[in-house]
Design a protein around this ligand. Structure first.
Ligand SMILES: [Zn+2]
Length: 192
């Protein structure tokens, strides 16, 4: 049984100072970096992931996913535009030892990392090609892209756990709704 960690959308625009900031985003970046350093250092307490991958919101022209007057439900301020600093990983993540980075949403909204591809290969296929059966998920935002990624992971048949201590949510109500939906779908919630 092999396990992968999926780090969802820890990008500048989703952290403090970005165009669509989530409170606690920069802290998530730092905490994920610490976890990855512990993994790299090895030892008994080190997290034993066979692979660590990341996803990125990666927009060129995502249509009405961007809006001048966003409703913050289906439309959002311009964010994660390809070629901008906002699209880059948060510097707290540095260095970024990811085995693969899955880019999503070039021309449409794409909340789930499972809509992303790495060198043309979709995330689910990449995980199966690497014999992954279990995934841990962390990142930003609990109530949007983490939620969508976790629901897809469970739907694809992966044994799925969300690491809540390594996530940040936009709003309390939508985060609570996300936790309920994930629980309902059989997703494990660690640090709940
Ligand atoms: Zn987006």
């Amino acid at each position: 049984m092999k396990t992968a960690l999926i780090v969802v959308d820890v990008q500048n625009d989703f952290c403090e100072g970005g165009s669509l900031p989530v409170a606690g985003g920069a802290q998530v970046a730092a905490d994920v970096a610490r976890l990855l350093h512990e993994r790299a250092a090895g030892g008994e307490a080190a997290p034993a992931y066979d692979h660590v991958v990341a996803t990125k919101d990666h927009h060129v022209d995502p249509g009405d996913h961007w809006a001048r007057e966003p409703d913050f439900v289906d439309s959002w301020p311009v964010h994660c535009r390809v070629g901008t600093e906002g699209e880059a990983f948060h510097p707290n993540l540095d260095p970024q030892p990811f085995d693969a980075i899955f880019l999503k949403g070039e021309h449409q909204a794409a909340y789930s990392g499972f809509e992303g591809t790495h060198d043309g290969r979709p995330l689910a296929q990449w995980l199966r090609d690497h014999e992954i059966t279990r995934v841990d998920i962390c990142g930003i935002a609990t109530d949007h892209c983490v939620r969508a990624t976790a629901l897809d992971a469970a739907g694809e048949g992966f044994e799925t756990t969300v690491l809540l201590d390594l996530c940040a949510g936009v709003a309390p109500e939508t985060t609570e709704a996300a936790l309920a939906a994930m629980r309902e779908a059989g997703v494990g919630l660690a640090g709940d």
